[in-house]
Design a protein around this ligand. Structure first.
Ligand code: FES
Length: 109
């Protein structure tokens, strides 16, 4: 995968999210409860707020403002008020242990 290195895996809470900026694009690197790393656009599809400030539950992230939840694997909302999906990006982990890093390709999947 071609992508840019954005952080160490150990920088990402488990479960939780880390806000990063990739060439001016707000991206949230999210680790779900299983430890899987995801990369999503860090803007809710309902209003202009950061999803990285929400809660991670299973493989979903919940928007802190109105409570819509988004599937980290597909970007689809599971309920209102959001009706549109969020962008998700191709993500890869390179290396292992403390040296493992997260790579993100900004071309939306
Ligand atoms: S701003 Fe996210 S659900 Fe309303």
């Amino acid at each position: 995968m071609s992508g840019v290195e954005v952080c160490k895996v150990s920088d990402v809470p488990w479960p939780g999210a880390l806000a990063v900026d990739i060439d001016g694009v707000a991206v949230a690197i999210v680790r779900d409860e299983e430890g899987e790393i995801h990369a999503i656009r860090d803007i809710c599809s309902h209003a202009d707020v950061a999803l990285s400030e929400g809660e991670v539950d299973g493989c979903f992230i919940e928007c802190w403002l109105h409570g819509s939840r988004f599937d980290l694997r597909t970007g689809q909302p599971t309920g209102p008020p959001a009706v549109s999906p969020i962008h998700i990006y191709q993500v890869d982990v390179e290396g292992s242990g403390d040296a493992a890093v997260v790579l993100v390709d900004l071309v939306p999947r």
